[in-house]
Design a protein around this ligand. Sequence first.
Ligand SMILES: Nc1nc2c(ncn2[C@@H]2O[C@H](COP(=O)(O)OP(=O)(O)OP(=O)(O)O)[C@@H](O)[C@H]2O)c(=O)[nH]1
Ligand SMILES: [Mg+2]
Length: 452
Amino acid sequence: MSLETIYALSSGAGPTGVAVIRVSGPEAQNITTSLCGKLPKDRVAQLSRLIDRSDNSILDEALVLFFKGPRSFTGEDVVEFHIHGGRAVISSLLNKLSTFPNCRMAERGEFSRRGFENGKLDLIEVEGLADLIAADTLGQKSQALSQLGGETSKLYEGWRSDLIYAIALVESALDFSDEADVPEDIAGEALPTVQTLYSKIETFLDDGARGEIVRDGFRVVIVGPPNAGKSRLLNALAKRDVAIVSDEAGTTRDVIEVRLDIDGLPVIVTDTAGIRETKSKVELEGIRRSFEQARQAELILFLIDGTNPQIEPQMVPDFDLDDDLLRGEIPVLKVWNKSDLAEVPIEISKKIDVIISAQEGAGLGKLTQLISQAVNDRVGQGEAVVITRERHRELLRKCSDELENFLEGDLSDTELRAEDLRQAAFSLGRLVGRVDVEDVLDKIFIEFCIGK
Ligand SMILES: Nc1nc2c(ncn2[C@@H]2O[C@H](COP(=O)(O)OP(=O)(O)OP(=O)(O)O)[C@@H](O)[C@H]2O)c(=O)[nH]1
Ligand SMILES: [Mg+2]
């Protein structure tokens, strides 16, 4: 338990109808009694006049909720003051709180951190909470909620307990080490458990990064020759003027992104510099960045200028995206633009995926639909629990590698095999935050806002 009591505005900055100031720590009870005159019943909202005892002035009339630890968000005594959301009201209560002994403003994520340290949330749930607060789209929200709800933790914890069972079997074989044959047989009993776990984790890892895409966004990158209308298309999709549009070739040099919500999933559309031969150093750097973006894309929109059609990327001079990239992994949509000026010749119409006029808006509905389809092809329907972060993927990978060492290793060397399993369990323990996580904590809690 912490010695310091922390407080913060947990709702948005005022003015709002209601603001919530949360206090957690050993002084929470004294503070409540001092301000309200008496302590409200545990977990029962009470309307109360908050009085500053130093001069008997009224701070506000508030709804006060007291949570006796450990039955609270942080596990400590917590009080929530639901006050009027005016800036002066908020600051007067915050100022008053700073005058109590051992009481200070909370740091980012400090309430959640205390909740984690007191075992109210595990690390996976803390990360789910951070994702929930940051969620912009419905897809992100439901993914974060399932992680916060403990489903993900339950799965990983289940795997961890299977592993601990396997470790116990192998370790018991260590005790027989003088008797011939026996250790191998006993350690062998762990084989089916490890085998099953290994294939479960491998299948889980091979998920096309679905969870990460839902969390971080599906990247669509617009590439093509200068003046094809890439920036105009970005503006049309964003429904606002984000990028400069001009008939001067080589207008865009920086990478410009907008975030869209397509059917509840976050889609990041990126406009890039037009690809062409150029001597301008700045433009060359822009072109280099275009390729760099394209390589990270989940979908490439190859934009064709209808008035000067180059319908294959290879027809664009200097378009040196690796051949395997365009043929293989990343899907490419060929988008014919400027349909208001130029129709698609019948002989090439089969090679075009969608015809638009970024300027007039024609075909944009169809294009959005194709993007949405690409997102769904990638994210699709599947298991409810998914990997949402690189941290999780890395630890699961490590765990799986250790299981593989076990499966391929010499079973008679029980000492080494037990160590493989211990390492695997260690990775799962780090995943849910049971062991050795100091190094990741600061990184995780910094994602939070103050008051959470
Ligand atoms: N008529 C017509 N003109 C368009 C359309 N889309 C873009 N343009 C025009 O084409 C010119 C180039 O548009 P941009 O959006 O700047 O082209 P870009 O591909 O971003 O060009 P760079 O940034 O130089 O690579 C501008 O004059 C636009 O107004 C369209 O659908 N129809
Ligand atoms: Mg541009």
